[in-house]
Design a binder for this molecule. Structure first.
Ligand SMILES: NC(=O)c1ccc[n+]([C@@H]2O[C@H](COP(=O)([O-])OP(=O)(O)OC[C@H]3O[C@@H](n4cnc5c(N)ncnc54)[C@H](OP(=O)(O)O)[C@@H]3O)[C@@H](O)[C@H]2O)c1
Length: 280
């Protein structure tokens, strides 16, 4: 049996579609930071834990309360699950982020040393270390996730619908990752019984800036009449001193995943399908 944790988030929702027979729980049913609750959960018959739970408010993690929450959910929570996985001989699938790196260069390989700039990335790196200690684990390291929920593509479609010509950061580069791609990679690694460890997972295709992604979104939404202007990270965040620093280069090398026989899909292909559905 599979258990999906954080089942109402972007990734959790997509995992439920792939594994309809899985037991799906969100924070209201199983809070992974609550060690007693994690210990008391019925793990009998569970083969795989799919952990999609996370504190994903990158800027919120820089606040006094957010710092505590980010460390609890992104570090203590995965450590609780790691302990359970080892005790019950369960395979633990966990999700990491390009924010564990400073982004001074890329593409990032799986064995690059951690160098997180902000609290979110620091706590995620700690979670990766804990999960990495389990006997049977897959850590899917990903970037720029787009699924059912609040995300960049929906935000930009909202601006386009309000006739706004936005200024968007042009010096952070990466690749979108549609949740379908994370689900496909999860299923592939589990079914192929790939060697346990960390695998980068994003869509393939050209590495682009957020500004370029926005131009692609506007174009697909039929809003070439509006202009997307490049701004820099430092300009954009000048008026937001409370915001978290972000890695400039979040591009993930897909070589290790490709070597397992997985073919990543171009982000532009998935973006077309996503925007078409959102604007229908
Ligand atoms: N979003 C991105 O751009 C991005 C980029 C790189 C990596 N990632 C990683 O990808 C994974 C999935 O992200 P996502 O975008 O799907 O996240 P998301 O939409 O923010 O969903 C996170 C889910 O985790 C749940 N959760 C929070 N605290 C919990 C707790 N203590 N116990 C149990 N569940 C808890 C949330 O429930 P509540 O709403 O009830 O709190 C929510 O359902 C995460 O590991 C994230 O770090 C995301």
């Amino acid at each position: 049996m599979y258990v999906i944790i954080g089942s109402k988030g972007q990734l959790g929702t997509a995992l439920q579609a792939q594994y309809p027979d899985a037991r799906a729980v969100d924070s209201d049913e199983l809070d992974i930071t609550d060690t007693d609750a994690v210990n008391a959960f019925d793990w009998s018959g569970v083969d795989v834990i799919l952990n999609a739970a996370a504190y994903t408010n990158v800027d919120g993690a820089e606040t006094a309360d957010g710092r505590i929450a980010a460390w609890q959910v992104n570090a203590q929570g995965p450590a609780n699950l790691a302990r359970i996985a080892n005790q019950h001989d369960i395979t633990l699938v966990h999700v990491s982020t390009d924010y564990v790196f400073d982004g001074a260069q890329g593409p990032h390989t799986e064995d690059e040393a951690f160098s997180p700039l902000g609290v979110y990335g620091q706590a995620k790196a700690a979670g990766d270390i804990a999960v990495g200690l389990t006997n049977k684990h897959y850590i899917l390291r990903t970037s720029w996730v787009i699924g059912e929920g609040k995300n960049f593509v929906r935000t930009m479609l909202g601006l386009a619908a309000r006739d706004i010509s936005p200024s968007v950061v042009g010096d952070q580069i990466g690749r979108l990752t549609f949740t379908g791609e994370l689900v496909r990679a999860t299923a592939h690694l589990l079914e192929a019984k790939s060697t346990y460890g960390t695998y980068n997972v994003s869509n393939s295709g050209d590495a682009t800036s957020w500004a370029d992604v926005t131009r692609a979104i506007y174009s697909l939404a039929g809003r070439d009449d509006l202009t997307v202007t490049d701004t820099t990270t430092s300009e954009y965040f000048a008026s937001k001193p409370e915001a978290s620093p972000r890695p400039l280069n979040g591009v993930l090398s897909l070589d290790k995943l490709t070597a397992t026989g997985f073919q990543s899909k171009d982000w532009r292909e998935d973006l077309i399908a996503y925007v078409t559905k959102e604007t229908a």
